[in-house]
Design a binder for this molecule. Structure first.
Ligand code: ZN
Length: 122
């Protein structure tokens, strides 16, 4: 827990929380940046990396929640944290691919960890 960390000091009562378990929370990001939805999965403890098993589970959770949250659009992406403003508390952002969004160029410049196709269930 780091009092100066925005992810440690989240007030979950004020956030749109889609999922929570002992390790992770999935919630709407503070800034939507022009997207209809933009969500992130946050590790509950203040650390910058997590184990491979936890990472795999986080990706699975984010994809499953994303299928519901982004059901208005055929595809969404899980973004690499290269451009993340918070880099000392593990989290991953998922976003739709709206060309009119404020950060669309940044999304194109970011490595996509995963593309989730909402049309075809794999
Ligand atoms: Zn933190």
């Amino acid at each position: 827990m780091d009092a100066n960390c925005p992810l440690c000091s989240l007030n979950l009562k004020e956030e749109k929380v889609f999922y929570e378990d002992d390790s992770f929370i999935v919630l709407r990001t503070k800034k939507l940046k022009g997207h209809r939805e933009r969500i992130m999965i946050v590790y509950k403890r203040h650390q910058c990396t997590i184990s491979e098993q936890e990472y795999a589970r986080a990706l699975k959770i984010l994809s499953e929640i994303g299928r519901e949250v982004f059901k208005y659009t055929p595809k969404f992406v899980v973004l690499d944290s290269t451009f993340a403003s918070i880099n000392n508390h593990w989290h991953l952002v998922a976003s739709d691919l709206d060309p009119k969004s404020e950060d669309f160029n940044q999304i194109l410049a970011t490595k996509w960890i995963k593309v989730v196709d909402n049309v075809f269930i794999d």
